[in-house]
Ligand binder design. Structure first.
Ligand SMILES: Nc1ncnc2c1ncn2[C@@H]1O[C@H](COP(=O)(O)OP(=O)(O)OP(=O)(O)O)[C@@H](O)[C@H]1O
Length: 232
């Protein structure tokens, strides 16, 4: 049984048929990258998993259970964390307060704080700093930390390297590697070499379906089967 399984998922925004039968599976402790041009449905796939935009057809299974049509709150509560593209944090709250608001009421805040600060010691140094005063890389790290809170078994990360300078991207990659020792990762990533470097496997999307997939080992952007879907 796979940790996450999407079968023939069709998702719409109004009348726009965005996902047109997505099939994918993610095994425990893997890092899986979703790649493809702008607008092919990568973010929509993450939204479909979380039931933020529930699929109209097909099924999403997590830990063997069909979660299609469940509330996002319930799906997340089963152990799925989300790091949205826009990072969504509270700018006027400190790093520590941002972690605090991510901790579910029933969880132990002290334990969760220790867990994320152990994982990301840089954040501990900035714990009193307001999130709006962090650098882009530090904000991304905080967003990842917030996604890790609650002992999630799966973390969905949307465009972690977007808008970051190369040196900062390296820090974020390190943070994701730290995270992956603890949890399974599915990431949407536009930076193709980075996606191949970080992930174990990839799914290449085009027009709302998976057109290629496999191990990332040795795959380059020059690969014919990749190039025709990535170049404009
Ligand atoms: N809320 C929405 N309402 C209507 N259409 C949407 C909405 N969000 C996204 N779309 C459209 O759905 C399609 C897929 O978007 P999606 O964000 O999943 O693409 P993506 O592969 O993640 O690309 P990007 O890197 O641009 O985010 C696009 O054509 C986009 O314009």
């Amino acid at each position: 049984m796979s940790l996450l399984e999407l079968t023939d998922v069709h998702t719409y925004y109004g009348e726009s048929h965005i996902l047109q039968g997505v099939d994918l599976a993610v095994e425990e402790s893997e890092i899986v990258a979703l790649i493809g041009r702008n607008g092919v449905g990568k973010t929509t796939t993450l939204r479909s998993i979380l039931q933020l935009t529930p699929p109209r057809e097909g099924t999403v299974r997590f830990k063997g259970e069909d979660v299609t049509g469940d509330s996002t709150h319930d799906v997340a509560g089963r152990g799925i964390g989300w790091v949205p593209e826009e990072r969504r944090m509270f700018g006027y709250l400190t790093v520590e307060e941002n972690v605090r608001v991510a901790v579910p009421p029933e969880a132990d805040f002290e334990a969760e704080r220790e867990y994320v600060f152990d994982l990301f010691p840089d954040l501990e140094r900035f714990r009193e700093k307001e999130a709006r005063n962090l650098s882009g890389g530090q904000q991304q790290m905080l967003a990842i930390a917030r996604g890790m809170v609650g002992n999630n078994d799966l973390l969905l990360v949307d465009e972690p390297s977007e808008g970051l300078a190369p040196l900062i991207v390296e820090q974020v990659v390190d943070a994701l590697r730290e995270a992956s020792a603890e949890t399974t990762l599915v990431l949407v990533e536009q930076n193709f070499p980075l996606a191949m470097d970080l992930a174990d496997r990839f799914y290449l999307l085009d027009h709302g379906t998976v057109v290629e997939s496999g191990a990332t080992d040795g795959v380059t952007a020059d690969d014919d089967r990749i190039r025709r879907y990535l170049s404009a």
